[in-house]
Design a protein around this ligand. Sequence first.
Ligand code: G3P
Ligand code: MG
Length: 245
Amino acid sequence: MLAASVIAHRGASAVAPENTLPALAAAADAGARWVEIDAQVVADGTAVVFHDERLERCSNGRGQLITAEWPALRHLDAGSWFAPAFARTPIPRLEDALDLCRERDLGLNLELKVSPGAQLDRLAEGTLAAVSRRPLAPGQLLLSSFEPQLLARCRQAKPALPRGLICRRVPQELATLAARLELSTLHPDHRRLTARAIAAAEAVGLELYAWTVNDATRARRWLQAGVAGVITDQPAALIAAGLER
Ligand code: G3P
Ligand code: MG
């Protein structure tokens, strides 16, 4: 499904501040063909790229992300927390990230991140509106989420965009979910992944992309065990180990 077995998690987040344009550029520079980012929709409807519910860890802002408005967020520094060299790196809008993916020919695993208090309709609408304004090529975009209801909304609004379910454990009701949501992929936490779960996903025709695998030996074992790809903070190391297919 994805034309890659190494997907850069939040960009190349071991070498640049996660979920920023420099992290996406670093992933492309490392030879990654796909990246994963987290999208949320803020108070004025702008879709932005940010993982956490709150601003403090990854920016110099304070408070909840989704209750803030883009004109206030756009001036925040989302790079200094990582290293002084990244000072003044902004939080990207999703549209900015889509532009970079198009320019660098990167596939995008776009996680719709549900923070506490987020409305699923607004999150789906805001994210899909950005995707419509900055469309990627067919096969260059995968929507993913931990929340099945959100994937159901995406399926309704944009049935042609492939969908992946993120999970901590492979769910018992996998076959039902895969059919109802018309899933293409399943993204399990690799720490809880088992050979039985891999077989269950294969049985319902889903490709597996495991997160977050930073050790090349571990990644190789998963790929040999039938996992289609690994989502990693360290794309350069895994590609150097020969793990990109
Ligand atoms: O896409 C898989 C992974 O990103 C899910 O966890 O918390 O890093 O978004 P998280
Ligand atoms: Mg994510």
